[in-house]
Design a protein around this ligand. Structure first.
Ligand code: HQG
Length: 170
């Protein structure tokens, strides 16, 4: 299931065209098209596995639409996509975990979205420390999101509770 989830992340977030997929507004594709693309690419993946990944992914990375026919990644994209998420008022404080080696640069120039569409922020300290630990010793950054909102920065929240913004100033 982890392999299937990584496969889905790759093509729903980063390289849909490599599987013959075009993301619709909102980031949606037909589940059947994803399964067909996988089969043509020689990747073995059943509908049951797809449904299990959507239901059980630890970070709820994927969603079906209300018809159950279309699927999308909730966040994390690098490919051009309009997720059609409305602006939302963030909590007063949000968190971002990053490896220690990036901290000096982030304190100098703020949090940038790097290869992704947005900067990812969280209300969940344990989760954000895990994110930071992917690439080294993690450091927790505490974001004054209340002040950012008051200063006119906009936020959106994905279906799996990740807070998205364009840039966090230094
Ligand atoms: C860092 C996971 C230097 C930033 C998680 C991060 C997340 C800077 C890295 C999702 C910087 C980008 C995203 C600056 C930011 N100078 N480094 N000015 N600004 N950075 O993977 O937030 O498991 O693109 O701190 O749950 O780590 O994939 O972003 O370390 O939601 O579902 O540049 O990935 O979800 O790395 O993680 P990423 P992220 P999944």
């Amino acid at each position: 299931l982890v392999t299937v989830s990584k496969f889905m992340s790759k093509y729903l977030r980063h390289e849909p065209e490599a599987l013959g997929l075009v993301l619709e507004p909102g980031g949606w594709v037909f589940g059947d098209d994803l399964l067909e693309g996988a089969a043509e690419a020689g990747f073995s993946m059943s509908r049951a596995e797809l449904e299990q990944v959507v239901a059980e992914s630890d970070k709820q990375r994927f969603s079906f639409d209300e018809t159950g026919e279309k699927i999308r990644a909730n966040q994390g994209h690098s490919t051009a996509v309009d997720l059609q998420l409305p602006d939302a008022v963030p909590p007063a404080t949000l968190y971002h975990g990053t490896p220690e080696k990036f901290v000096a640069l982030i304190l100098a120039e703020g949090l940038k979205k790097m290869k992704r569409h947005d900067v990812h922020l969280s209300t969940d300290i344990a989760m954000t420390m895990k994110v930071g630990a992917r690439r080294g010793k993690p450091v927790l950054l505490v974001i004054d999101s209340g002040r950012m909102a008051a200063d006119g920065y906009t936020f959106r929240v994905s279906a799996n509770g990740v807070w998205l913004t364009d840039h966090v100033p230094a």
